[in-house]
Each structure stands twice: as C-alpha cells, then as structure tokens.
Design a binder for this molecule. Sequence first.
Ligand SMILES: [Zn+2]
Length: 318
Amino acid sequence: MPGRLAIGVDVGGTKVEGLLVDVERDDPILDRQRVETPAMDAEAVAGTIVGVARDLMAGRSDVVALGVGAAGMVSVQGVMRFAPNVAWREFPLRDRVEQGVGLPTIVDNDANVAAWGEFRFGAGRGTTDMLLVTVGTGIGGGIVSGGRLYRGAHGFAAEIGHIIVEPNGPRCGCGNLGCWEQVASGRAIDRLGRMAAAEHPESPLGWLMSARPEGLVGPAVTAAAGAGDTVAIRVLAEVGRRLGEGIAGLVNVLDPDAVVVGGGAVEAGDLLLEPARRAFAEAVEGPSHRPEVPILPATLGNDAGAVGAADLALREAS
Ligand SMILES: [Zn+2]
C-alpha cells in the first residue's frame, strides 16, 4: 500500500528536529531537518514546526500524518497547557500545526512519544508493557500498557520525576521539596559531584573540577568514573541507587515486562545502571516470586521521540 510515510517532530528548547519516517523499515528514518527553536515566541515555534514539516514533504505525495513531541503538559486535544522551555500557555498547538501543514496531526508529551519510539523500534521491542524513564537534567517518563500508550484521563500521566521521595529534600522546579528527579537525575549527579569534588580535591574528579570550575559536572563525573576514580564511581552509584529504588516503586505499580532508561545520563552506562539494578532487585516487592524485569538502556537516543511521534500519528491521527 503506497502512502505510509509520516513526519515526526521533536521540539526541544534549543532546536526543532523533524524526521521523515517509514515505519515499515527496520531503519525507519529517511530524512531529517533541524532548525533553531524561537522559544520565546509561541506562534513562531508553531510556524517553525510547520516549516520543518513542509520541507520534509516537499515534492512527495506519500506522507500521510504528522506527530509532534514537546516537553510540557499536553492535553489529549493537543493543547500545550504549559511548556517549561517554550512560551506555550494554553496554546492549541495541534490545531495550528494541522492547519499549517494540511496533514492529520497528533501532539503529545516528549517522554510519551519517546516511550512509544523505544517500544516500537528500540529497546522495548517485543514487550507489551514497558516503562520508559528518561534521566536527563530531570526525570521524565512514558508508559506503554497492554501495547498502548497510557496517557491517563487528561493526557498528563507518567510525570514520574515529581514523586516526592525525600520530604524536605532539595527544592524542585515544580515547587515541591524532594522530588525523585532531584535525587536521581543529572541534577543529582551535578550536586553530589560538586560535593564529592570539594571533599576530595586530590581525586581525579576534584582535579578535573578545579581545572574547570564552571564546566558541566555530569560529563566530568562520567569521565572520571570511566577512568576508575572511586570518588566519581561512588557519586554515580548513589544516584543509581536512588534511580533503582524509584523504578522499584513504579514496577510495583505498573508490572511491566521491561524498564528502558533513556536520556543523557545513560552515557554513564553500567556505572549508573548496575547500581540501579541492584537497588531495584532489593526494593521491588517479592523479587523471588516474579519474573526478572530487565532495566535496559534506550537504543534510539535523541531520535526516539520523533520516530515515536511519527508512528503514533499514523495510528491515531485522523
Ligand atoms: Zn518536582
């Protein structure tokens, strides 16, 4: 059947990236376009998405749907209720983009579409129930339940980073104290990495940090830990432990076949994931009475969201 291509667009705080996707292929990405995000102007970002999609469609008649993934609270009608990186407040993004491009369009949260991408084409292939945990600066989540993306009653499900796990813990961007993303994400690596470097100035991490005091802490921790620095290894182990404990709670709720961990912190690899797996195995209910739930690194990287959005659009847009 001709005409099964779709476009997926990932809207980040700094760039809008569009992919032309053929979901029938093992390697589904046919083309890509990347443009800077005019983040301060709500209408201009919508216009940028339309422009990227039109460029990818130019000269083709086989593109039938468009999916958009963006950080924030997205209603099931495709209204951006709130976005942390773009000036969208109660902005009817789906209708704007659909009118501009002329294709059936869906809009969903960035972690939701990334979960769908990993489920269909990445580390979650072959599962029916999958939890995606994206560990970047914060923590995002997406849930596939019974082979379907789980959105909740209003579209706001799987905001897993804002479960309070440490009362009176570090202040979160959401206003609460001690959210999970404050103790188990890149922000936690940052905070604990600075503390460890100050306590152990003689360590390779301390040395790296004093040489570049303004530099990003996460990459320094990962680099030092990768080279065997025990101070940096302990930082990742502590963050990994908190990650695994939180995943155990979510597995108690959701009972997935697999947990996929994505986001920038995954570059630390098993230095983060092995402590997470150990803490998970201790904290999950009845570990000896349930099948093993693997905690797997995501495989699609930054493309997961756009690929997932394109596939969801083919299934759901009308
Ligand atoms: Zn929070």
